[in-house]
Design a protein around this ligand. Structure first.
Ligand SMILES: [Zn+2]
Length: 196
């Protein structure tokens, strides 16, 4: 923890130009992208995308799961997505899964999660359950199928469906390889995840 505290203490001591950039952020945010990914510490969206403060609106969940939209019992995730689309007017949503994902790996292997009931119950939102080679440490097949499932889930959100029809929104499926620092994106033409 101490290195984080030490860094945070010095974070505000910046050059005049950097300070100007930060002051501008007080005027508001207008990110163009909602970036949905796993909570995994090895995935750092701003590093991957080279984004500056104000450029990426992020939603991080265990296993980058997008839960079902339910207007009577809204989830934090649905609220974040709704705000990004309806208020901030993002033009793109990226769902980024990653290799070696613990959550998706547990689903693929069918791990017993009774010791972590909140995790177990959260993962029930991953329907259909991802499958793939259980012995693959990257869980590549499972994660990639799982990311595409989350795009379908996003399409079930009424305001996303509307924006897609109006061609005001684009959805992207990414797969990040944590051991290579490489991103693959799903191609509609080949129905495969290909190097960016
Ligand atoms: Zn993960």
């Amino acid at each position: 923890m101490q290195p984080l505290i030490d860094h945070a203490r010095g974070f505000g001591h910046r050059s005049a130009e950097q300070s100007k950039e930060l002051v501008r952020l007080a005027e508001g945010q207008s990110p163009q992208v909602l970036f949905i990914t796993c909570s995994d510490s090895r995935v750092v969206p701003a590093l991957i995308a080279g984004a500056r403060p104000g450029e990426l609106f992020e939603l991080r969940t265990a296993g980058n799961i997008v839960p079902p939209y339910a207007s009577e019992h809204p989830t934090s995730e649905a609220a974040t997505i709704e705000y990004a689309v309806e208020v901030l007017g993002v033009s793109d949503i990226v769902v980024c899964g990653h290799s070696h994902c613990g959550a998706v790996g547990a689903l693929v292997r069918g791990d017993d999660l009774d010791a972590v009931p909140a995790v177990r119950d959260w993962l029930t939102h991953a329907t259909p359950r991802p499958s793939g080679a259980a012995e693959d440490p990257e869980v590549a097949e499972g994660v990639q199928a799982h990311v595409l499932t989350q795009l379908l889930r996003l399409r079930s959100y009424p305001f996303i469906e509307r924006k897609l029809k109006e061609r005001q929104l684009s959805l992207h499926a990414w797969y990040y390889e944590v051991h290579k620092g490489a991103v693959r994106a799903h191609s509609a033409e080949t129905d495969a995840f290909e190097a960016l």
